[in-house]
Design a protein around this ligand. Sequence first.
Ligand SMILES: Cc1cc2nc3c(=O)[nH]c(=O)nc-3n(C[C@H](O)[C@H](O)[C@H](O)COP(=O)(O)OP(=O)(O)OC[C@H]3O[C@@H](n4cnc5c(N)ncnc54)[C@H](O)[C@@H]3O)c2cc1C
Length: 380
Amino acid sequence: MRGSAFEEVFEELGVYDEFEPTLEPDDPRDIVTLSYRRREWDEYKTVTQKQAMADPTPFFRLWEATEEEQEKTIAVMTELVTMEDDDIAKLDNITMKEWLEARDVPAPLYNYMGFQANASLAEPLDLVAASEQILIMKQFMLQGGGGQYKGGFGQLTTIMAREFERNGGTLITGARVERIVVEDGAVKGVESAKGNFTAPVVVSSAGIQPTVLKLVGEKYFDESYVNYVKALVPGWSFTSVRYFLNKPVMDTAIYVVWSDDSWLDTERFRKQKEGEEPDEVILFMCNHSFYDDNAAPPRQAGAGLGNGLLAEPPTRRRSRASGAAWTARCRSCSRRSGRRRSARSTTALATSPTSRATRCCPARVASASVWRRSSASAVR
Ligand SMILES: Cc1cc2nc3c(=O)[nH]c(=O)nc-3n(C[C@H](O)[C@H](O)[C@H](O)COP(=O)(O)OP(=O)(O)OC[C@H]3O[C@@H](n4cnc5c(N)ncnc54)[C@H](O)[C@@H]3O)c2cc1C
């Protein structure tokens, strides 16, 4: 990612040499695999692309976009990417769905935004603020979508904590803060399980609602601010599963799969909650060893190609979580998933955070249409 905030912090701390991105935005390799199905198609189509997303060509190929769709897409995305940050910030009270529907947006672009709202923001398109999604989409296009660093993100925070201590800070971990103390209208410190501490400034990362309503207490804030905080809706969430595989199944670093019907808005979510299981889910898969050899234990002989998802872990052959997923039965083809699946079926095998759907064959999943038919009116 170009212009990461971590870069600035490392420079200021005087440890810029230790800032080691493993993925540059102009990496010449194809980094991302996009797999997508339009509602009227039977099959998913797939393209690969480099990281930076300013070039719409792979999307147009993927979408089989008509010239008219291409022109409209370019118009909307040009508006989005050239917006000043100040103007973006004014869109806090308008949803991304409202922003898109005020424009002439081709269906594949609209559905891509629906997918991105879920995949990048863990939000539905009809709740996420346009300011948030536009900012992220702009960063995607101008700075590259992903940041990866040698040793992983944990290594960055380890170095930052080390420098904090080197500069005289004391790091106390595992200390639950019970109260943020406020006296005479100003913060005075914290009370924690490991003692009380005075401080002129307190930074809380516990989340805005727990911080304002519980740790500080609402009586210390204006009523209008308390009402604003209470009305905030927490983001949705998604489940990650880490697989340890003994041979490569992905030839790019990131693999995303979506269709016109697989992303969730509140209406689709409501239907699922009421028991209507979706035929398709969105998938986001990441192969960390693509950009960092040390992200995985040494590969077994013959695993080859330098792009395995992850090698076998050294201590046990597979985790409980992956074991459970590997023995799940695909509801489309009724086969037991097994270790000798093809790369295609392996990549498609996943459990959804919002459904219990488990699939191994995307083409057949795509053709199952009960949910699709019933939700066709929910989206353009
Ligand atoms: C499965 C998953 C995958 C994700 N993938 C990505 C990704 O690929 N890229 C990306 O950019 N983001 C990703 N995110 C989002 C990212 O992890 C979060 O946005 C980020 O961690 C939020 O940071 P935070 O410091 O605000 O909160 P947190 O990371 O939640 O940190 C808050 C901390 O405060 C502590 N705490 C809470 N209350 C108290 C208390 N009373 N006293 C003391 N400590 C307290 C908590 O224990 C916690 O350690 C992912 C999130 C999930 C769940």
